[in-house]
Design a protein around this ligand. Structure first.
Ligand code: UN1
Length: 525
């Protein structure tokens, strides 16, 4: 059955948000940009808000046939899109950015309500999308390769970048729209077509973005199949990963999921861009500016309720300031305003679902069995406003770096305090002593310490910040990390190159045919 927005049991404000975003029906299983499909006869899934448990929508899960249809449409669209000059493709992305500006509040509210992050962070997420659109527009005139000097006379060498084809984007619930846009907007100016599988936990924000895209495609009389959406679970992800018609799969999520995607794509020698788990630490040296550090730590550890890849999970503190830091945190944590993410006074919203709550409580139990000491938090809240069972009190735990639970990424607000002594090298060793390598930070006003942290013997992460927390990166830099984080780079800098294939061209404008390396090969005739 087609489910319309007006039939949803939502309050008027949120129904208005959906209307503003152009959403009339909420349950298509897929969209090829202009057309929607799969509203009937599919496996259904109910989406509830982690904020108040209200049913937001029932969405349909795409079938294997739906997937195939989307791929075929995308293949056709690619033949058209790749011929559109890159700056003209940039113009389409500019229009998408303009529409996002127009809908920033509505989309930010929907992100907040469907995912559970506070409204400020929902707005921030939409701002990241606007920023990447702007970046991609500029990039559309700068997709340049090098030129080289040939060793042969009257020869010219250069390289150029061509579009790849279909780019599959598998995104996670925690940044339901921004991470897709990092991939999609770059891929689009590069001349690729995109098939997006949003997290099945946050499909509605995907549908909302697709509506925005649809308006732009229709206004510009572009064919369907350039920006595609497919609502599905791991099965669709698996089809995409194994599919030779999808030369690049970009996946964001857990290391477990990323290994599956990476193996499947690798087995067919496709390309993958993986942005997986983090286990990010802030180092606090004796010379740290405590007031600055404190704000960064708390934002990093409890922002998005600890559900960012970049969330601060470990605090590596010099023993001489350890007690002072602990005391300050124990003053702040019990007073954190926890509540409905759309309430302006809230700083900590809910976890995404009950499974996440269980992961949080299990991790706390296990780390205590290993010897960790829970200093504050850890409770699952109940009662007025907390009926969903998804609200928890952020926890601080004294622990050691080698504990199994400290080595794991638990996607929840748990901050481990770890003591170090001696000089900064010891702290860096602890910071690097985990399997993941996404983000890292140091708070120090001592140049010798900060440079040691940034040197090649320093942090082994993809992101290393000085006097800034681990989360909240700007889109202009390349985003991603090493080791079990997967090695991919998205967003700014020259991350666009992964969405294109590189070609080296050598042109001979002489009437001779000299061979490279001076090889003589004269045929007799
Ligand atoms: C993620 O958690 O997958 O740096 C992305 C940050 C955000 C992006 C996080 N700009 O925290």
């Amino acid at each position: 059955m087609k489910q319309t927005v007006d039939e949803l049991p939502l309050n008027k404000e949120l129904t208005d948000v959906l209307h503003q975003l152009g959403i009339k029906q909420v349950n298509p299983a897929y969209s090829t940009g202009l057309a929607w499909g799969g509203q009937e006869g599919r496996k259904a899934r109910t989406v509830t808000s982690p904020a108040d448990g209200a049913t937001i929508a029932t969405v349909n899960m795409a079938s294997a046939e739906d997937y195939d249809k989307v791929v075929t449409t995308a293949q056709e669209a690619f033949k058209v899109w790749r011929k559109v000059p890159a700056p003209k493709r940039g113009e389409i992305v500019r229009q998408i950015g303009d529409k996002l500006r127009e809908h920033k509040e509505a989309l930010g509210k929907l992100v907040s309500y469907e995912m559970g992050k506070i409204y400020q962070e929902g707005l921030g997420e939409v701002q990241e999308m606007i920023d990447i659109c702007d970046f991609a527009v500029g990039l559309s005139r700068q997709l340049h390769g090098f030129t080289m000097h040939s060793e042969r006379p009257q020869h010219r060498m250069y390289e150029q970048y061509h579009p790849l084809g279909i780019v599959g984007v598998i995104s996670a619930f925690n940044f339901p729209v921004a991470v897709w846009s990092w991939n999609a907007m770059l891929a689009a100016v590069c001349g690729d077509v995109i098939i997006w599988k949003p997290s099945e936990k946050t499909p509605l924000t995907g549908v909302a973005c697709q509506h925005i895209i649809r308006e732009v495609l229709a206004e510009n009389e572009l064919p369907e199949g350039i920006f595609n959406l497919i609502i599905g679970d791991a099965e669709i992800g698996s089809l995409m990963s194994h599919d030779k018609r999808v030369p690049l799969v970009s996946a964001t999520g857990s290391t477990r999921m990323g290994k599956k995607v990476g193996e499947a794509v690798g087995a067919r020698l496709g390309k993958s861009l993986l942005e997986l788990g983090g286990n990010n630490a802030i180092i606090l040296t004796e010379s740290a500016d405590m007031e600055m550090a404190l704000r960064a730590i708390v934002f990093g550890a409890v922002g998005t309720c600890g559900q960012r890849c970049t969330s601060t999970r470990r605090l590596i503190i010099h023993e001489n300031i350890y007690e002072q830091v602990k005391e300050r945190l124990l003053k702040v944590y019990p007073n954190l305003p926890i509540g409905h993410p759309l309430d302006a006074t809230t700083l900590v919203g809910p976890l995404i679902d009950k499974d996440a709550v269980n992961a949080f409580t299990n991790a706390l139990e296990k780390v205590q069995q290993e010897g960790g000491k829970l200093l504050t938090g850890g409770e699952v809240l109940s009662g007025d406003g907390y009926e969903t069972g998804t609200y928890v009190k952020p926890a601080v735990v004294e622990a050691e770096n080698h504990y199994e639970m400290v080595q794991e990424e638990t996607f929840a607000p748990i901050l481990y305090l770890i003591k170090y002594s001696g000089d900064v090298e010891n702290a860096i060793e602890l910071q690097n002593g985990v399997r993941q390598g996404l983000s890292s930070a140091i708070f120090s006003t001592n140049l010798l310490e900060t440079e040691a942290f940034l040197g090649h013997w320093g942090s082994d992460c993809g992101i290393a910040n000085v006097n800034i927390g681990t989360s909240g990166a700007e889109i202009g830099g390349a985003f991603g990390g090493e080791k079990e984080t997967g090695g991919g780079r998205e967003s700014g800098s020259d991350a666009w190159r992964v969405y294109m294939r590189r070609q080296t061209n050598t042109i001979n404008y002489s009437r001779e045919l000299p061979l490279a390396q001076g090889i003589k090969f004269d045929i007799m005739d």
